[in-house]
Design a protein around this ligand. Structure first.
Ligand SMILES: NC(=O)c1ccc[n+]([C@@H]2O[C@H](COP(=O)([O-])OP(=O)(O)OC[C@H]3O[C@@H](n4cnc5c(N)ncnc54)[C@H](O)[C@@H]3O)[C@@H](O)[C@H]2O)c1
Ligand SMILES: O=C(O)C(=O)C[C@]1(C(=O)O)C=C[C@@H](O)C=C1
Length: 362
């Protein structure tokens, strides 16, 4: 691919553009908000000048409700040989594009399974998609050249292509993305009016569960409006489990031994099912989840601390597989949790202790 046109220079569009521009593709940028185009261009994502002729591939990276019209506009102007979108929902936008008279042979719906809770070009990064699944939804009628261009784009973004039917994709993301977003928001919403004394105790558990509750409501209203049925089906099943869990907890409050035993069994059931579900979540780069060991190190809240600890781990010859930071409430310090292969954990802990780091016993 020699040239591309990215329409919508927010988080996803700018990340795609950065990856393509970094690998030698000439990228043209456009957005209805010209400030965002200027920001993306200044980050090195491409040029704000329009292409002189048709580009190889147009990438529509606007909210789902605007995708069909944007695809129709690309085709009406003859702006590209092929056109893909990167929206989080695939069935509805495709049907709307068809209703608008779009040529479905040169348009292909796609979805990178990577993102962030923050939007806009400043949150973008060329490495956002590395090792992540990127869904493509071709049909028998999809032009082979356009499918190949889309596959090339996925490869340039170092993502992993996954071919799926559009409606099957929408049911899958209802389960693995859209319902988790709502459940995260529902848990975080309990904090809205909670007492400050409770909120001060927030630890890593609630931070993990509520990270995506910081997402942009406007974007998510758009996504959920395009996939309401499948999400409602999954959430209804969650609601059934919640009702059972509440019943089990009430039974645990009972003075009756038999009821308490039943309550404990109900809670154990949900926790064990959670363990099995969690064990199925793929690990880094889509591999099976790895059993890493954590080395927790106390760091000061000062510039350069993380760089120093990573450099010391590198000197010890240890590869850090994953990392998390746990901030200590009200203190200028926190714990950085370095996840490493089990064999490497004692080596890393010893090397870091030797260099003066305080290691927390797990
Ligand atoms: N945020 C994520 O985690 C994520 C992940 C994968 C896919 N997606 C999908 O990617 C798309 C973009 O999401 P984002 O997170 O980059 O959002 P964003 O808000 O960061 O960017 C969207 C951009 O589109 C522009 N825009 C809106 N309507 C337009 C139009 N009609 N013409 C031109 N520009 C227009 C906006 O000005 C904005 O700059 C959405 O379809 C979303 O469903 C998002
Ligand atoms: O990790 C995040 O913050 C995301 O929001 C990413 C996420 C997801 O649910 O996995 C969100 C929506 C997108 O359509 C794709 C990716």
């Amino acid at each position: 691919m020699r040239s591309a046109l990215v329409i919508g220079t927010g988080l996803i569009g700018t990340s795609v553009a950065l990856a393509l521009a970094g690998r030698g593709v000439r990228v043209h940028l456009t957005d209805r908000d010209t400030d965002r185009v200027r920001t993306a261009a200044s980050l090195g994502a491409g040029t704000d000048r329009p292409p002189e002729g048709p580009v190889d591939l147009a990438v529509v990276a606007v909210p789902p409700a605007h995708i069909p019209a944007a695809v129709a506009e690309v085709q009406r102007r003859g702006a590209a040989r092929g056109c893909i979108d990167v929206g989080s929902v695939k069935g509805g936008p495709r049907r709307e594009a068809e209703a608008l008279g779009c040529d479905l042979t040169t348009y292909l719906g796609t979805h990178p399974m990577a993102g962030k809770e923050t939007t806009g070009p400043l949150a973008a990064g060329a490495d956002l998609f590395e090792g992540r699944p990127w869904v493509l939804t071709p049909t028998a009628g999809t032009d082979t050249e356009v499918l190949n261009l889309a596959l090339e784009l996925v490869a340039l973004c170092r993502a992993v292509p996954v071919v799926m039917d559009a409606d099957a994709h929408d049911r899958a993301v209802a389960l693995v993305s859209h319902t988790p977003q709502l459940v995260s928001s529902l848990v975080a919403a309990r904090l809205e009016t909670a007492d400050e004394t409770a909120v001060r105790l927030c630890g890593q558990g609630i931070r993990d569960v509520t990270r995506i509750a910081a997402s942009d409501p406007a974007m998510w209203i758009d996504i959920l409006s395009a996939n309401p049925g499948p999400v409602a089906d999954v959430l209804a099943a969650v609601a059934d489990d919640l009702a059972e869990t509440v019943r089990a907890l009430r039974a645990l409050q009972s003075a009756d031994d038999v009821k308490r035993t039943g309550g404990a069994a109900g809670i154990e059931d949900v926790l064990r099912r959670g363990n099995s579900g969690r064990a199925r979540v793929p690990g880094k780069h889509g591999q099976a989840p790895a059993a890493y060991e954590t080395v927790a190190v106390l760091i000061g809240d000062r510039p350069g601390e993380l760089a120093r600890i990573f450099a010391d781990a590198g000197r010890a010859g240890v590869n850090i597989e994953d990392v998390r930071i746990e901030h200590a409430t009200g203190q200028q310090a926190g714990h950085v949790q370095l996840m490493v292969e089990p064999d490497a954990a004692p080596v890393l802990a010893a090397a870091l202790r030797e260099r003066g780091w305080a290691i927390r016993q797990q």
